[in-house]
Each structure stands twice: as C-alpha cells, then as structure tokens.
Write a protein that binds this ligand. Structure first.
Ligand code: PA5
Length: 350
C-alpha cells in the first residue's frame, strides 16, 4: 500500500523532501537566530513574552513554550486571535510569527501590541509583517520563503530559541548542545522513515490510523506536540483528528468513552509518552488505557527519543509528521495543498 509508486503519484509537490531535510532546517533556523542583529535590543528579562501566530506558524510558539519548560524566568503566552490582552505593555516582548507574513489575526494583534508599547520581534518570510517590521525598525527574523508553513517548523521554532539563548533567557538550558543532539537524531529518523526503508513506526501508525479517527493523548507537558500531531493529520492527511491532555482528561473525558459506541470504536488512540512526564501522569496514562481499551478501535503508545527536552519533543514531532504524511498517501491525498484554508482566506479578503 505504501510503495514508492504510490508516493510519487500523490506527493507531486515533494513534501517528502521537506520531511527528509527537517534536521538541516533546524540547524539553519538556529543560525538565522544567531545572525540577527540584536544591537539596541533590551536584554532585560521582560515581564512576559507573548508569541502570536496561527496554524503552522502558531505551533512554533507552543513548542518554544514547551522547550522553555517550567524554569523559564517569565511567563510565555501563546496568542491566537484578533484581540489582545490588556497586560501587553512596554514590559512585554511580543513575538509575531507568520510564515507568509499576511495572516490577518497575527497582523492585527502585532499592530495592537505595537500600539500598547510592546517590544516586537517578527518571524516571517515576507509579506505585510516584514513591511511592518521594516517600517517601524523592529528586528525581524527573515526565514526562507516558498514552503508550506507547517513544513517550515525548523525556521519558525529554532530562530526564536536561538535569540532567547543569546538574550540570556535560557541560561539553565544548554540549547546549543541540545541542538546537536536533536539534529543528529532527526537526521537518523529521516533515513529510518524513508519510503523504501523497512516497515517503520510512522508507516505502521499510519496503517493503524487509516479509516479511524485519530485521538492523540499526551501529558500536559507535551500538549504542543499533541497539537502538532492533530494539525499535521488535518493538513497533510486531510483527516479529522482530536487531542486532549492528562491529567485534565481524567476528570471528565474518560467518562465519555462509551457513547456513541460506533464512534468510540472508530477511534484509534495514540498516547505520546515521555519519561520526564510526572510519575503520577504516567500511572494515569497506563490505567486509563486499561479502562478505555475495549471501547476504542485500538490504543498504541508512541515514545519520545533522546536525552534533552528539545530532542525528545522534536523526536515525537518527527514521528507525527511522517505518520501524517503516510496517512495522506493511504488516503490518496496530496499532502501539500491546503485548498480549503486557501479558499477561506481568499473569501475573507473579498
Ligand atoms: O499550514 C498552513 O498553511 C496554515 O496552518 C498556516 O500556517 C496558517 O493559516 C497561518 O498562516 P501563516 O503561517 O502564513 O501565518
């Protein structure tokens, strides 16, 4: 089912190449952050950091927050939408992330943040966001254009981490060496997950998800990764998907695993596992699997790999990205175009 001929037939825009070069993109993304001129930037730790972005761009902000973890010196808020909280002020660092630079929600919120006196950092390949940054002289991480935003995660995530490291926000993290570990693992995965490689985990998972509703469960600490899995299955696989996190789902959703039975049996659950998740959460995940198993269409565990948090998060992202790719092929879909998203944006402009 997942042979090279089928892949060539459906992947006419070569998403395979972008998946295969993700490790290099992460390194290049880090270098883009290293090259940014920070002269004149306020190096004091802000009261809060707001990262604004939608879809394939917004997920970079969620992953920055996940990598920053609980020891980060100020709150990081990921913002999606038109309105802006009143706490955004001159003590805020506002990071506006839009791959195209033309996303309505992000443009409106960055303009409001600017009006509220926030310090701005932009991440974009061009468009109106680049124009706004240039007009007002705030720093802009200029990333390469011409790819789907969701296939540009290395460019959307790593430059921000690199700049935060340079500004001294991540002193307790050793991001430079974590990057080396992550790049090496992602390069190895790209070889292991190739279409002509022996049956790989993403291919097996795609077969398990085919014809089912993917339900992605993760610990709260991995929420960004669960959200990424959902988004990639939606956009690459052209399939519905759902995610939820522990421990919260144990206090409500677990009861829902009964009705409607035709739906619950059509769901395939994937639990994203990481050894650093709280031991209580690990127990919850094990017990929950036992309690709901007979109501589902299947449950599988997907484990992170690597030592550093950055590597472990990106390892799960990579498994999810490749799984969504193979799912697209099983559904005989071209993983690259997102025609409904584009059509919606076109209609909103008129
Ligand atoms: O993957 C996509 O195409 C979308 O999720 C976009 O990322 C989203 O619509 C926002 O656009 P942009 O990333 O250009 O800001």
């Amino acid at each position: 089912m997942l042979n090279l001929a089928q892949i060539q037939q459906h992947d006419s825009e070569d998403m395979l190449h972008l998946l295969s070069t993700f490790s290099e993109q992460c390194r290049r993304g880090w270098e883009i952050g290293e090259a940014l001129d920070l002269a004149g930037c306020d190096e004091r730790i802000p009261n809060n950091i707001v990262i604004a972005g939608m879809g394939g761009s917004g997920i970079g902000g969620d992953l920055v927050k996940a990598v920053a973890g609980t020891e980060f010196p100020c709150p990081i808020i990921v913002h999606r939408g038109y309105t802006l909280p009143a706490f955004v002020s001159s003590q805020t660092l506002f990071v506006a992330v839009s791959y195209s630079g033309n996303t309505e929600e992000t443009l409106l919120s960055v303009k409001k943040a600017f009006a509220q006196g926030a310090k701005i950092l932009a991440v974009t390949s061009g468009g109106k966001l680049k124009g706004f940054a240039d007009a007002h002289g705030f720093p802009c991480l200029a990333i390469p254009a011409g790819q789907p935003p969701r296939a540009s995660l290395g460019y959307l995530l790593m430059p921000i981490l690199s700049v935060f490291a340079r500004l001294g926000y991540t002193l307790d993290l050793n991001l430079q060496s974590d990057l080396e570990e992550a790049v090496a693992l992602l390069a190895r995965m790209a070889v292991d997950f190739q279409p002509d490689a022996p049956e790989s985990q993403p291919k097996q998972l795609a077969h398990a998800l085919h014809g089912k509703l993917p339900v992605i469960y993760a610990s709260q600490e991995l929420e960004a990764v669960a959200m990424r899995w959902k988004g990639q299955i939606n956009e690459n696989g052209k399939s519905l998907a759902y995610y939820s996190v522990y421990p919260e789902m144990n206090h409500n959703e677990i009861e829902g695993w009964k009705h409607p039975p035709a739906l619950t049996r059509s769901c395939h659950v994937l639990q994203l596992r990481d050894p650093a998740a709280p031991s209580q959460t690990q127990r919850r995940m094990d017990i929950t699997a036992e309690l709901i198993q007979s109501y589902t269409g299947g449950i599988a565990q997907v484990h992170s790999e690597g030592t550093s948090l950055l590597t472990r998060l990106l390892s799960l992202v990579a498994i999810g990205d490749w799984t969504s790719y193979y799912l697209a092929i099983l559904y005989e879909q071209n993983p690259t175009p997102v025609r409904r998203i584009e059509e919606l944006k076109r209609r909103l402009e008129t």
